[in-house]
Design a protein around this ligand. Sequence first.
Ligand code: NDP
Length: 250
Amino acid sequence: MTHNTPTLSGKVVFIQGGSRGIGAAIAKRLARDGAAVALTYSQSAQHAEILVQEIQAAGGKALAIKADSASESAIRGAIQQTLSTFGQLDILVNNAGVLAIAPIEEMSMEDIDRTLSINVRSVVIASQEASKHLNDGGRIINIGSTNAERMPFAGGAVYAMSKAALVGLTKGLARDLGGRGITVNNLQPGPVDTDMNPENGEFADSLKQLMAINRYGRAEEIASFVAYLASPEAGYITGSSLMIDGGFSA
Ligand code: NDP
């Protein structure tokens, strides 16, 4: 590798939920680091297309695929489409997630099922499908949440449960795939300024009081941690849930 070769040159990434927010920042960063990027979305076709054009205009390779993470066949189909377009798979990023906040007495069965379906079941399905194809030395990177370990307000029980499930899943998958040099990790962001959790939203001021660094994180800061975990340098980190939360859980 020459000094100027990008760290992910020749690698192929599949990002589940990559059209907006943290997922879009990850797509841009990994493309900048040299990877070909396939990303899924369920609703935001326009965001996905603009992002793909932006990556291509910067000289990168990108593909947007409409695939609802609530659908097993859509997830498996999107991974197959990535393989047929780019010819291989090296890195899976499970980013798609939803946040439903309500007192437990009032939370609908629909919201409970949807949270588990998008935040947990889709991660299992994508990991299973990707595992069949990931090259040796590959990567699975889940986007969990600091709320897996600290949920400092009411109404977030089901969301916290869904992100805590990823802690165990990550450990088990690390054991399943370690023999192939594939690492599996779970990044746990604190509040990050996105459509899901805008820095000017109703919870923002109280959340900032809970952090050692009293500001929201930027999606690009999460993406740079993902880029490190995806890189060859991070080959000895696996099974870990890693906080990137401005000290929210400190
Ligand atoms: P956003 O709501 O801003 O973006 C979510 C992304 O996931 C979009 O690209 C969206 O595309 C996609 N997505 C959502 N549902 C589906 C689905 N059913 N099928 C396919 N794609 C889907 O969220 P964030 O960027 O804020 O969050 C990303 C991840 O980070 C989530 O897992 C979230 O739980 C986690 N996180 C976020 C924090 C924050 O403060 N923002 C803090 C800690 C963790 P589309 O709209 O097209 O469906």
